[in-house]
Design a protein around this ligand. Structure first.
Ligand SMILES: [Zn+2]
Length: 249
């Protein structure tokens, strides 16, 4: 397992499913952006595979040279590794909602309790209380070397969800967490803070950003023409119809 190059400055360094980047079956995709001058990690997995993704980062750059790890949202498959990132010397950046939930490892707010009961996580899996070093929100620009990383508020899948836009190698890349997926699918769950109206606003807004590359938290990346995929989801929401769900029984 190791770092899988996706674009000139982007690698997949962790995943629950990608055969060459697999860290732990419960992990989301974890991405490394590194342009030789600076970079960030986007999402940290459950923490169960942290040793593997830290090693994969080390194949590309010195983890200590990174600006930090941006956590898109507080679900355990994305945020559970935040403590491991901090232990490795990375700053953790996240929304205020994510920071509040991680501070106390809140199993209700993060829906970990219900997800574990549903069999999504191992019976003995727990979040560790973790401090977020920097709270970020929509419109913030995180600078890492020559990279400018824009944070966009993206509630809908859950409260406090962020997505990240990076312009690199002449293309606009969207790291979408659990907000948007290939073919314009979305992630809808019967949890307390999945909000269809907010989801619609988020996706319709993102459709205006002329995104070239969509790198989601799960499933296939869209390496060309991602605005078509995002536009499909936005068109569905405009008709008040939830787009197809990436999750199924
Ligand atoms: Zn999620």
């Amino acid at each position: 397992m190791g770092a899988v190059p996706l674009l000139a400055s982007v690698w997949l360094v962790g995943s629950g499913t990608h055969p060459a980047a697999r860290t732990d079956p419960h992990d989301c995709h974890c991405y490394l952006v590194w342009d030789g001058t600076g970079g960030v990690l986007v999402d940290t997995g459950t923490g169960l595979g942290a040793r593997s993704w830290l090693a994969a980062v080390g194949e590309v750059c010195d983890p200590a040279a990174l600006r930090g790890a941006i956590v898109t949202h507080y679900h355990a498959d994305h945020a559970g590794g935040a403590g491991a990132a901090r232990a490795a010397g990375l700053s953790v950046l996240a929304s205020a909602e994510t920071a509040a939930a991680l501070r106390t490892a809140d199993e209700s707010r993060t829906s970990l309790a219900v997800a574990r009961a549903a069999g999504v996580y191992p019976a003995d899996y727990r979040l560790a209380p973790t401090t977020v070093d920097q709270v970020v929100s929509g419109g913030d620009v995180v600078r890492a070397g020559n990279l400018e990383i824009e944070v966009v508020d993206a509630p809908g899948h859950c409260d406090g969800h962020l997505v990240v836009l990076v312009r690199t190698a002449g293309r606009t890349v969207l790291f979408s967490g659990d907000c948007l997926f290939a073919d314009g699918r979305v992630s809808l769950q019967a949890i307390h803070d999945c909000r269809l109206d907010r989801y619609a606003e988020t996706v319709i807004g993102l459709a205006e950003r002329e995104v070239d590359v969509l790198l989601p938290g799960h499933g296939e990346p869209v390496l060309h023409g991602a605005h078509v995929d995002i536009g499909r989801a936005a068109d569905s929401f405009r008709q008040l119809i939830p787009p197809p769900n990436v999750l199924h029984t």
